[in-house]
Design a protein around this ligand. Sequence first.
Ligand code: UDX
Length: 438
Amino acid sequence: MTLRVSVIGTSYLGATHAAGMAEFGHEVIGIDIDEDKVKVLNAGQSHIFEVGLEPLLEKHTATGRLRFTTDYTQIADWADVHFLALGTPSQANGAADLSQLHAAVESLAPLLTEPCLVVGKSTVPVGTAMALEARIRGLAPAGDAVEVAWNPEFLREAYAVEDTLHPDRLVFGTHSRHALEVLDEVYALPISDRTPVVRCDIATAELIKVAANSFLATKISFINAMAQMCQAAGGDVTLLADAIGFDNRIGREFLNAGLGFGGGCLPKDIAALAYRADELGVNVLSDFIHAVEAINDGQRTEIADLAIEQAGGDVTGKRIAVLGAAFKPGTDDTRNSPALTVADRLHAAGADVRIYDPEARLPPREGFTQVASVEQAMLGAEVVLHLTEWPEFRQLDPEKFADLVKAKVLIDARLKLHAPTWRNAGWKVVQIGRAATM
Ligand code: UDX
């Protein structure tokens, strides 16, 4: 059955979800306070670099099944289901900043005169959904006929469309049979017959999302701690990860040691979980998460220190080449990018940092120069740092750069380059936790 669906917020999550809902056959209106975004999206274009998103936007804005607006009166009583897809960034103390969610609710709720379901997709501290429901019911003329449910989103950047159309699982957090039936209908076709659906209470749904992200972060920090151990003992962390990953209970994914995790989600979501755990007196969880965070921060410091050491203990005025600026390959997103933290540290230590990324465009910032090619980054460099593992960096021919650089020193912080090829071309290659023979 075709439903009328609104999606509030049109960033990574909202734009992709709106396009996905249209692809599932619903009539969709996306809403955002940013007029420029709305204009771009209504023209069937994407304002973010995300594979497969633009074709979906183009297809469904052309048929009229999908449109975007800045006007809440167009969605309020029109939609059967309102999805909240607002950002919940970190505050300085680690707590989630819920102001975008609150602002959306303040705009929407007073216009709701008919029964409807408001479904949260944003990642929130446990307890948020019920507080929002109380607020909405207080503001809405329809009162208790408006219900809140939580349906967290697990999409990865660079795979956002794929993850939306073919999710690993769906989570429906509800407190009434009616809400559950509506969510079943939203996802009825074509995916729910082959996708596991976890139907649960709202608090569990809120927690599932942060638990998933915390577990992923834990895997990464664990393998990075093992990389330190391999480094100290002369072992090889990549082979170790392969070997333990063959155990189905462990699994090989998210065991790539390197510069650690970054981006707009994992760091902020685990910080918010730690904060909420402290609020609820669950210190055993916040302590655990702080340990995961400390390992992750330590990786960035260590690589910056290593670069300084390889440059002879002082980088003042020395040129350093940085390959990669995005927080991971396949995206132009540089939020909380480990690569940029390292670059910033080196700049602060006096280095002349030249940074190249195939997709990320950095706003002009003091201290480092973004260049348009690997060659330009390498020119005159005394240390070369591989910080984001774009596939194209694996194809680089080290012979080509021998005359460009000042010193043939490569720090492969992501452990993804073929070290023997570089060593054969006369380079010194440093990889934390990889045996030098590999
Ligand atoms: C993540 C979650 O995967 C997703 O489910 C959630 O909805 C949002 O947060 P995303 O931020 O797009 O998605 O990135 P992801 O692919 O999970 O990578 C996170 C970070 O971990 C990246 O910085 C990546 O480089 C790093 N990483 C990942 C590692 O350092 N090692 C690994 O083995 C895997």
